[in-house]
Design a protein around this ligand. Structure first.
Ligand SMILES: [Zn+2]
Ligand SMILES: [Zn+2]
Length: 287
């Protein structure tokens, strides 16, 4: 039985129900995941995580409220694109399915990393586009206002940037067969990565960023460096596009090592940490 082949219709009651569900879920996902990570690392266990904080300063209440405000406005995009996906599905353009037997368990599991790889490529190139000056000024600069972001910056983008990012969703549901279980895993996992990426606290062990395989995964440092230096590190889940296109910042590994997790007998190189881990303040477009 395939529920998606059932009675879904593109009418006002269904659209309103979809908007209500998507709004509630997306908002809860935002405040629960970003809020929990913030409370654990910035409040309850601040001293334990402090050595791994890439920027020694902690964002003030004003910044947190700005991030939350921008993040909440961004929810409009998610609702609008959910209605578009409903229309695409009712018209028979999506490859969504609920019967696991149709594509097998192997595909259900494999579809998760497949989407991550495709979304990472989509994000890298649209992110490069957002750094084109005219778009940067009015669509991407609001996100870069936060030079020292908190986990709440994960969603804090201008609605136009949000529309470009969420535009990935209608494309992927038409290109790849996706099961609701895979989508649920992706919705939670990707936001956890996003919140950790904006938390500015390095959770990986020393040496990770230079490892030939592990170093291909994005780290908290990877995105922190993007916010700090602006002109490098455009990837989302993986570092390979930055390595391939020469857009990885030259100080990426130094920044990483200064905050990485290491045995207590091997402290971070202090002079390096002092030299690199500055306040992060400065003008936009600073190289
Ligand atoms: Zn950017
Ligand atoms: Zn960011």
């Amino acid at each position: 039985m395939d529920l998606f082949a059932g009675p879904l219709a593109f009418d006002l009651p269904t659209c309103l129900a979809v908007v209500a569900i998507v709004f509630a879920f997306t908002f809860l996902r935002y405040v629960v995941i970003s809020g929990t990570y913030y409370l654990v690392t910035y409040r309850w266990f601040r001293e334990a995580f402090r050595p791994h904080k890439l920027n020694p300063r902690y964002p003030d209440r004003k910044q947190l409220l700005e991030e939350l405000s921008l993040g909440t406005q961004n929810l409009v995009c998610f609702c609008a694109f959910a209605v578009l996906i409903l229309w695409l599905h009712v018209e028979g353009h999506t490859l969504l399915y609920t019967d696991v037997a149709r594509h097998g368990w192997a595909w259900l599991v494999l579809s998760v990393p497949c989407v991550l790889v495709v979304q990472d490529a989509y994000f890298y190139w649209t992110h490069r586009l957002l750094h084109w000056k005219p778009l940067m000024r009015w669509a991407h600069a609001p996100h870069h206002r936060f030079r020292n972001p908190s986990p709440f910056a994960a969603f804090a983008v201008h609605p136009l940037e949000g529309a470009l990012e969420v535009g990935f969703r209608p494309l992927i549901v038409c290109l790849l067969p996706l099961h609701p279980a895979a989508i649920a895993v992706l919705l939670v996992a990707t936001f956890v990565i996003n919140a950790v990426g904006h938390g500015g606290i390095e959770l990986f062990r020393a040496g990770w960023s230079r490892h030939p395989v592990l170093g291909l995964l994005s780290s908290a440092t990877h995105h922190y460096v993007h916010h700090k230096y602006v002109t490098a590190n455009f990837g989302l889940y993986f570092a390979w596009w930055d390595k391939l296109m020469g857009t990885e910042h030259p100080k990426m590994h130094e920044e990483f090592e200064a905050a990485a997790v290491r045995p207590s007998a091997a402290p971070a190189p202090a002079p390096l940490a002092l030299a690199v881990r500055g306040s992060g303040s400065g003008r936009l477009f600073r190289a």
